[in-house]
Design a protein around this ligand. Sequence first.
Ligand SMILES: Nc1nc2c(c(=O)[nH]1)N[C@H]1C(S)=C(S)[C@@H](COP(=O)(O)O)O[C@H]1N2
Ligand SMILES: [Mo]
Length: 452
Amino acid sequence: MILFDIAATEIFSNKQALIFDLLGETKVNKLSEQVEVANGGLVERRKFLKSGATFLSVLAASSASSAAQTDVFDDHPKHMKIPGVASELYGEPSKYESHVKRLPEHVYGSSIITAAFTPIDQLNGIITPAGLHFVVHHNGIPDIEPSDHEFKIHGLVHKPLKWSVESLLNYPMVSRVHFLECAGNSGPNVIADAPMDMTCGQIHGQISGSLWTGVPLKYLLDEVGIKPNGKWAMCEGADSGNHVRNIPLQKLYDDAIIALYQNGERIRPDQGYPMRLFVPGYEGNMNVKWLHRMEISDIPSQSKDEQSLYADITADERVKQYSFNMEVKSVITKPSGKQQLPMSGFYEISGFAWSGRGKVQKVEVSADGGKTWALAHLEGPIMSKSLTRFTIPWRWNGQKAIILSRAMDEYGNTQPTRQEWVSRYARYSHGHNNSINAWLVSNNGRVSNFYV
Ligand SMILES: Nc1nc2c(c(=O)[nH]1)N[C@H]1C(S)=C(S)[C@@H](COP(=O)(O)O)O[C@H]1N2
Ligand SMILES: [Mo]
C-alpha cells in the first residue's frame, strides 16, 4: 500500500509530504513522470490507478521518522479501553457531523414558499438521507394522521374509487432510485449577473436522490377504468397550499408511482407523508406531496401555479405552457464553492449528473475553463432518471484553474453553456437552468462560483 502523493513531494519538503503505510515503510514516490497529466491536470482514472499515484492524504506525517518507528499495535485510543454506549432506537448521525444540515433558502425570500436545500457538497454517493432531502412547500407541512387520509380517483372514469393508506400499503409495490429536482434549482446562476459566492448546496441543492417505493399508478388507473376521452389527471395535495398539477395520463401509466416509502422507511412529513405522487424525471413541483385526489379530464385544468410560477418565459416573451422534464445536467460537488484546497497535488474531482429523460451516457470535465475536456469515470450502477456519480483525478498545480463538468444523456442531449441558456429565456425566467456550471480555484486554493 503506497500512501503518498506525487505533487506534494515535488512542491513541499519531504518532511511535510511523505506519508507512511502501516508498516512504517517509507517510499519516495517517483511516479510523477509516468502519469500522463494533460488537460490542465486531469488524468484518466484507470491510468491514474495503474500508476500507483495517490491523492493528497490527511495522514501526511508531521514528524516522519517518529511515525515510522511507532508500533501501531500499542497505540490504543481511550475508546478502546472502555465500553461504548447502547444504540438509540432510532439512530442519528454522529454528533461530529451535526454541522451537516439543510440550507435555508436564499432564492425566494418569500414567507409563502419555504424551501431548504440539500448540502450536496457535504454528501457523497447518489442517495440523500431523508433528513437532508431538499424541501419546498408553499404553505407549510400539514400534520396528516394516516387514518384520516384518503386518496381518490374520479372524473372521466367508469368507477370512481378511493383508497385508505392501509389499503394502498397492501398493493404490490416497486422500488426505484430516482432524483427529484425543483425546476428552480440553480436559478441563482442565471438570475444574478455576477456569480454569487455561495456553496454548491446553496446554489444547486434543490436536488436529492432517493430509493422511492410505492404502488405503480397504472394499477389504480386500471381499477377505475379510464373513459376514452380521459387524457389528463389533475393531481391535488392535501396541504393548504392548494398545490395542483395537471399531468398527462400517459406519464402516469408509464412510470409514475404513489410513493409510500423513501430510502426504506415511510416517507417523512416534509416529503409528503403519508403518500406523494412520484413522476420520475419530471420537475419537482409535479411530484404532488400529501396526494389525496386525481380528477381525470380531457384537457388540463390550468391551475394557478401552472399559469404563473411554473411557466418558463422565452427570450421573445412567450410563455412555454409546460416544461415537464428536467433536462440533462451535472454539477461538481467537490471541490466546490467556498471550499479550500490545502495544497497543490492530486485531488479527486467528484460530482453527479442526471437526466429526466433517461440514463447518463457520459460526463466530461475540464480544468482549464473549457478549452480541453477529459472523460470522467461513471460510478455504477447507472440508473434511469437517477443521480450518477462521476469522478476524475486532477493534479492541481497551485495556479488559478477553472473546473467545469458537462453531461450527455443516452439520447445525446447535452448541457448548454450559461450564455446559450440565458439567451433562450427572458431576463427574469430562471426555471430549468441546466447550463454548464463552473468553479474557480484561485491560486490560494479558495474555490468560488464562476461564470464561463
Ligand atoms: N402538495 C404539495 N406538493 C408539492 C409542493 C407543495 O407545496 N405542496 N411543492 C412542490 C415543489 S415546488 C417541489 S420542488 C417538490 C419538492 O419536494 P420535496 O419537498 O420532497 O423535496 O414538491 C412539490 N410538491
Ligand atoms: Mo419546486
